[in-house]
Design a protein around this ligand. Structure first.
Ligand code: ADP
Ligand code: GLC
Length: 477
């Protein structure tokens, strides 16, 4: 089966969050299952500099008012790529989603280029049977397929985060080269605006999101106005969990760690801890329970609940490290907490891939108190690296962590800690449960081993995506 993934991020070249990780791993996992999967991404400067361009797949005098554009054929290790090379739109450093007046047109160009490859194929005659878009930047792709002419490839949309709707004023319809007939509730219209994600979810043949629990949540309450549409389409909609890319996240081989370890040699984890404490400016206290968060500082990530617990953690002899970037007020609040508790609380503001790896290998507990979490990857990386995740029971966090209770300790299924209510108090109670377990090293190690032994590989999820493609009637393929 020939599948074209279409996305706005790709680790290690351009990564804002987990989407970049998933785009690097899932297409390769599908290829390992025999599917001919390729990926279309904008030709960001970091990508252009890093990958080998092999030729031109298509060229256009103009796309969405951004001037001349080409689709370049390229190759990342083990993954054939198409790069949308349109310098006016994509030759910019920094966050790809930074708001500019041409934001809608930039990603519409990407979606249109995908639909073009689906209809016409590349210069060598490769034509995908399925176009698989991810999140709002690719939401118009099914619209360009439906409203365009020629053969119609099948379309699939995956929601990585429904909180970002890709909503733009109706006046941009012409700029986006959509017919006026597309501006209806059965098309791209969303509460009087153009909704990129809405369009994709209405018009694609199949839909998915990144965990079963989030799939249920966004059909009923947390769908940002898309609940009704998703529950209407529930027969075409699946929740498929993300996995862990063991070529990137493996403590037995991770180049960012000073000491490599695995399930059979857990003691070798130890030397990573003082190195991380030193890098962060924490006291090299070998006994302190070390709580850590690696996160975008977005209100949905619930880090305000961690701020509520800073004094509590320190008073109970713990340490707290935060590696994060994003919202300025949250950054300032964490910096202030670090000033109040020098050596016990430390903050690294900014994106640092190596430090994140070192954090998972050093921390006792990884905090993920999200208000909403479609899947979440850091609670998975924590388990693979022998840190115990402490999560709020929501979305993918509910599906991937078994909370410590007397029953789960007794039957050996516990892998971390969970709390329900999004309040500082409820997080504090879960922190107390973690501290109680920390005082019992044998029980702690049992939970740690269970997490490290869990299979979070991409093989199962890849099979589930292939099964989803297989539900599209053959005449459409
Ligand atoms: P989201 O995609 O919502 O941000 P995920 O948990 O799916 O959440 O993915 C977050 C990814 O970004 C993980 O790979 C995590 O390690 C990484 N990450 C988040 N913040 C930072 C940071 N400040 N430095 C390095 N990596 C980070
Ligand atoms: C989004 C979600 C996150 C998920 C990631 C990859 O960024 O916020 O929960 O893990 O996409 O699917």
């Amino acid at each position: 089966m020939r599948v074209l993934f279409v996305a706005s991020e790709l680790f290690p070249y351009v990564k804002v969050g987990g989407l970049g990780d998933v785009m690097a791993a899932l297409p390769r996992a599908l290829r390992a299952q025999g599917a001919d999967v390729r990926l279309l991404v904008p030709a960001y400067p970091a990508l252009r500099a890093a990958v080998e361009v092999q030729g031109v797949a298509a060229a256009f005098p103009d796309l969405m008012g951004g001037g001349a554009a080409r689709i370049l054929k390229a190759e990342a290790p083990g993954l054939p790529l198409y790069l949308l090379d349109q310098p006016t739109f994509f030759d910019r450093p920094g966050n790809p989603y930074a708001f500019t007046d041409d934001l809608a047109c930039r990603f519409a160009a990407l979606a249109w280029a995908a639909a073009h490859l689906g209809r016409a194929g590349d210069a060598e005659g490769w034509r995908p049977q399925v176009l698989h878009g991810h999140d709002w930047p690719t939401g118009l792709m099914p619209a360009y397929v439906v409203y365009g002419e020629g053969p119609r490839p099948a379309t699939v949309m995956t929601i990585h985060n429904i909180a970002f709707p890709g909503r733009f004023p109706a006046a941009q319809l012409k700029d986006l080269q959509l017919p006026s007939g597309a501006f209806t509730p059965e098309g791209v219209e969303f509460h009087g605006d153009i909704g990129f994600l809405k369009a994709g979810l209405y018009l694609a043949d199949r839909l998915s999101t990144v965990s079963p629990t989030y799939a249920r949540e966004i059909q009923h309450a947390d769908g940002y106005g898309l609940e009704g549409l998703l529950s209407h389409r529930r027969d075409s909609f699946r929740g498929i969990l993300n996995g862990v890319d063991r070529t990137v996240w493996n403590p037995a081989r991770d180049p960012h760690l000073v000491s490599h370890y695995d399930l059979r040699h857990p003691a070798r984890r130890g030397p990573n801890r003082p190195v991380f404490q030193r890098r962060m400016g924490l006291e090299e206290d070998p006994a302190a329970p070390l709580f850590t968060a690696v996160s975008r500082l977005d209100p949905l990530k619930g880090l305000d609940l961690v701020l509520d617990n800073v004094d509590h953690i320190v008073a109970r002899g713990g340490q707290l490290a935060l590696i994060g970037s994003g919202e300025l007020p949250a950054e300032a609040a964490f910096r202030q907490a670090a000033r109040r508790h020098p050596g016990r609380v430390a903050v690294h503001i900014g994106y640092d891939e190596a430090l994140a790896h070192q954090a998972f290998a050093a921390a006792d507990v990884i905090l993920v108190p999200s208000r909403q979490e479609p899947c979440g990857l850091t609670q998975l990386y924590a388990q693979v690296y022998g840190a115990l995740p402490l999560v709020r029971r929501t979305g993918g966090l509910a599906d991937t962590v078994v909370g410590v209770t007397p029953a789960t300790l007794a039957d050996g299924s516990a892998t971390g800690f969970q709390f329900n209510v999004a309040s500082g108090w409820a997080l504090g109670e879960a922190i107390n449960t973690a501290l109680d377990l920390f005082a019992d090293p044998l029980a702690w190690r049992q939970v740690q081993r269970r997490g490290m032994a869990t299979d979070f590989g991409w093989e199962g999820p890849a099979k589930a995506y292939l099964a989803l493609y297989a539900t599209i009637p053959p005449k459409e393929l």
